[in-house]
Design a protein around this ligand. Sequence first.
Ligand SMILES: [Zn+2]
Length: 216
Amino acid sequence: MRLILIGPPGCGKGTQAKLVCKRKKIDHIGTGDLLREAIRNATPVGQKAKPFVETGHLVPDELVNDLIQEKFQDPSHPGDFLLDGYPRTLAQAAALDSILEKLQFSLNAVILFEVADAEIIRRVTGRWSCPKFGCKATYHISSNPPRVPGICDDCLTHLVQRDDDHVETVRARLEVYHRDTVPLIPYYQKKKMLRIVPGEGKIETVYKNIVQALGL
Ligand SMILES: [Zn+2]
C-alpha cells in the first residue's frame, strides 16, 4: 500500500505511522529520517540541505521535494510506503503527484487524523520531563502524573516543560497546520483518497480505526 498520513502536530501520528509500518510491513518514510540519511550519504540533496540543518534552520520546501524525488528515483525505492509528515502544503502535494506520476505510482489512500485542537493542547501542554542528565523520565499531568506533583519519581529532580510543550508553541504550530496543511483535505477529498480516522483514544483503539479505514 502507498499511503500518506496527515494530522495536526501532537496528534500521535508518528507513533501510529511506525505501528502500521511495522505490523503491515510497509516502509516508513519520514522526512526527518530521509534528511539525516541524505546528509550521512552526502547525496546531492543532502549536501544542499546540510548547512540548513547544521545552523538549526528549517529546510526549504523545495529541498524537501527534491529529497523525496531523490528517494523515489533511487532504484531501491520502496514499492509500498507510508509517507509521514509529507506533504505539508498544497505545493508539496502537487510536487509529490508529479514525482509519483513519473514513476507510474499511485497512492492508495490519505489518512487524516482528526483530533480537536483543544485535545492537542491538553495533551501536549500536560507533558513534563525530567531535566537531569541521564534520566529521561516523562510525565503527563492527567495520564501519567508523578507521585509528587512537579518532582521526578526516579531521581527527585524538579520537572520542567520542554519549549515544544509550551502552550504558545503548540498554538503557533496548530495555526501553521490550519493555514498550510488543512487545505490538503479538500485536495485529496476530490481525488477520493481521503480516509478520516478519529485520532482520540488509546493507541490500540486508534490503530484499529486506521486498519478499518483502510480495509486492511
Ligand atoms: Zn529524573
